[in-house]
Design a protein around this ligand. Structure first.
Ligand code: 5U1
Length: 676
């Protein structure tokens, strides 16, 4: 029976949409919708085609792997089709896959079948052909049968060997893998593109695909690309091992890069445990992944299982929850932060993304808002990766309703009505209200009491908001004359919590100069700078008296930071707060800095700590390094001298290795600290 007209129309409409999005994604490297939405459209069409097989046409997007090769590149005929992978979006779908596999292999479903598991990289699939060990061709997947010849471009990727190592490789060997742009490289690339007013990429995957398809290989060579290979294609004049995991090992011996997170697992429960484990590590990896892949490890069993139209029956991609989703912008509002920064925020139709429901996403600043041209009513892609604040990646232009308008920057602060100004060269506009602005007061107080500042336990956001609302607290100094009587009047505050809070306020009075300076919330003065200032000057008075030129002698303080510090202490109201805090009993130990202050055997050296340290806490390590004049920074850069890597070190370690920075074990650090 043929499909009813309405179903045919629906299928036609879906095909048209998918064709359009396929072209955007594969040919232009400019996806308009997130993968999750694309997958949903494919599934919708697959369901229609499954219910009405007469609807299937050879041209249907469900019947092929990728996009047509682009004529500008030469075309390459793959010796064996480059397949894609079926997806499992849930445990049930994964168990169904395992059941199908065991049934076809005539095994019991409880068989602990061996799978080779690895992360599924979010990059661009490539085929590399080696003849007599020499790289002779690189190609994109294209439509799976024919790809684009990108030999000149893959040759620029340092991690792609131009000559295989050893002697025992097949005379002709085709390997397949994923070219990707590590996150750090992607962020740097996009930041540079914004600066130059050039096109940015939506995500590292598109950046990798776009870089590979440059007509000028010099441009590809400038992109920070990397590769992991994950399988072999055609093999002639030689043999390969009969387990997939051993094939990967062999590829590694021949000089090709394979993913270090790969693992052989036995049985479907072990697959699930691997999925959970990689899911936990995901944010620490140096590259984007969107799931894990399991492959039946025995090549003989793979051959028995064979293929369906576009994917092998012996492998599956187990996807993580999408990190990008589509939703609609209900409103665009402006938030005021601790430093007065006025940030546009999109209020969204709530959407489940990256494992949580998101209803707000940052638009960063007015330049970003205008660059992305986000308007109320727009359909947008939101992204939430790990703990990162959700952000609007881009709008979907053809879903824009009529009559939308660009949002203008507010001239007045939405909280206190003070003027909002944007200094020259700054991307951020700021409210000029200072502590007069309740938003800045609340945020400044939250910062003041936070764990790494004065560490006042029991003074949460709600309580601070109440105290500011009641106009009881104008500056942090007012915290120190709160009484039990007034505290118990507050909402959700019993006698016991009031007593505990007062005790914790009392305890916070004894602090360190470094914490105190950090707590003041001076713009650009983070923990590391506060600590440099404290060890350089030893006394608060000296910091307050220092002029900009003198401040720049402090390690880590440049002209901008120096001007912020000097401007802060020049304000009468800030001097008053500092005095009042001291009058309230806030104290720290002061010391006479050594004449060659900043001395100490680690002076001038910058350390970054990463991973879990087992012999000392991170703070203890930090304190010891600083005590010897060293600096501890939060992120790896070319200014880093040493990376101290504990257990489970992740992306910082990779970055340090890429930058050629010396990596110390915890033991080596102890030795360095101990050797006098
Ligand atoms: N890690 C990994 N990604 N990936 C993608 N393995 C893997 N295998 C693939 C694809 C398309 O295809 C197999 C059929 C070899």
């Amino acid at each position: 029976m043929s499909a009813p007209t309405a179903v045919m129309k629906k299928a036609d409409a879906l095909r048209l949409k998918l064709r359009h999005h396929n072209h955007q994604y594969h040919v232009l490297d400019e996806p308009e919708i997130p993968d999750a939405e694309y997958d949903r459209l494919v599934r919708e069409l697959q369901a229609l085609e499954a219910a009405h097989p007469d609807l299937v046409t050879p041209e249907s997007p469900t019947q092929r792997v990728g996009a047509e090769p682009v004529a500008a590149f030469g075309t390459v005929q793959h010796r064996l089709p480059m397949l894609s992978l079926d997806n499992a979006f849930s445990e049930t779908e994964l168990r169904d896959f395992h059941r199908r596999v065991t049934e076809r292999l005539e095994l019991d479903a409880s068989t602990e079948l061996e799978y080779s598991a690895e992360p599924k990289l979010d990059g661009a699939a490539v085929s590399l052909l080696y003849e007599q060990g020499k790289l002779v061709r690189g190609a994109t997947r294209g439509d799976g049968t024919r790809g684009e010849d990108i030999t000149h471009n893959v040759r620029t990727i340092e991690a792609v060997p131009l000559q295989l190592m050893g002697k025992h490789f097949p005379a002709s060997l085709e390997v397949r893998g994923e070219v990707f742009m590590p996150r750090a490289g992607f962020a740097a690339f996009n930041a540079a593109a914004v600066k130059k007013g050039e096109k940015t990429f939506v995500n590292p995957r598109n950046a990798a695909a776009g870089s590979l398809r440059q007509l000028d290989p010099k441009l590809t060579a400038e992109r920070p690309l990397d590769i992991y290979v994950y399988s072999v294609g055609s093999v002639e004049g030689g043999t390969i091992p009969d387990r997939h995991s051993d094939v990967l090992e062999r590829l590694r011996e021949w000089g090709l890069k394979v993913c270090p997170e790969r693992k052989v697992v036995e049985g479907i429960d072990a697959c699930l445990a691997y999925y959970e484990d990689i899911g936990r590590k995901r944010d620490q990896l140096a590259y984007d992944i969107d799931g894990v892949v399991y492959k039946v490890n025995s090549i003989e069993q793979q051959e028995t299982l064979g293929f369906v139209s576009r994917a092998p029956r012996w492998a599956i991609a187990h996807k993580f929850p999408a990190q990008e989703e589509l939703t609609v912008v209900r409103d665009i509002e402006f938030q005021v932060g601790r430093t007065g920064a006025v940030t546009p925020v999109a209020r969204l139709e709530p959407v489940f993304v990256g494992g949580v429901t998101v209803s707000n996403a940052t638009l960063h600043n007015m330049d970003e808002l205008h660059r992305k041209d986000v308007r109320v009513g727009d359909t947008v892609i939101v992204r939430r990766a790990g703990d990162v604040i959700p952000e609007v990646v881009k709008i979907v232009p053809d879903r824009r309703p009529k009559g939308t308008r660009q949002v203008k920057a507010p001239a007045k602060c939405p909280i206190c009505g003070s003027k909002v100004v944007r200094e020259e060269g700054e991307s951020v506009a700021r409210c000029t209200g200072g502590l007069f602005c309740a938003a800045q007061r609340v945020e400044a107080l939250k910062h003041f009491v936070s764990r790494r500042a004065l560490d006042i336990d029991g003074l949460g956001s709600k309580l601070i908001e109440q105290l500011v609302e009641l106009d009881r607290i104008g500056t942090p100094a007012d915290l120190f004359d709160l009484t039990k009587e007034e505290l118990i009047e507050l909402e959700r505050m019993g006698e016991k919590s009031a007593t505990n809070l007062l005790a914790s306020i009392e305890a916070s009075k004894s602090t360190t100069l470094s914490r105190f300076l950090y707590a003041l919330g001076i713009r650009e003065v983070g923990e590391a700078t506060a600590s440099s200032l404290a060890s350089h000057y030893g006394k608060l008075e000296a910091v307050m008296r220092a002029d900009e030129e003198a401040l720049q002698q402090v390690p880590d303080v440049g002209p901008v930071v120096a001007s912020r510090i000097s401007a802060f202490f020049a304000e009468k109201h800030n001097q008053d707060v500092v005095r009042k805090l001291q009058d309230s009993g806030v104290t720290w130990e002061e010391f006479e800095p050594k004449p060659d202050s900043g001395g100490g055997k680690l002076a001038g050296m910058t350390f970054v700590l990463t991973g879990t340290l087992s012999r000392m806490t991170r703070n203890a390590a930090k304190d010891s390094i600083q005590a010897l004049g060293g600096k501890v920074a939060g992120s790896v850069s070319n200014k880093t001298d040493f990376l101290v890597a504990g257990d489970k070190a992740g992306s910082k370690l990779t970055k340090a290795q890429n930058l050629g920075i010396e990596v110390l074990t915890e033991e080596a650090l102890e030795k360095l600290l101990g050797d006098q």
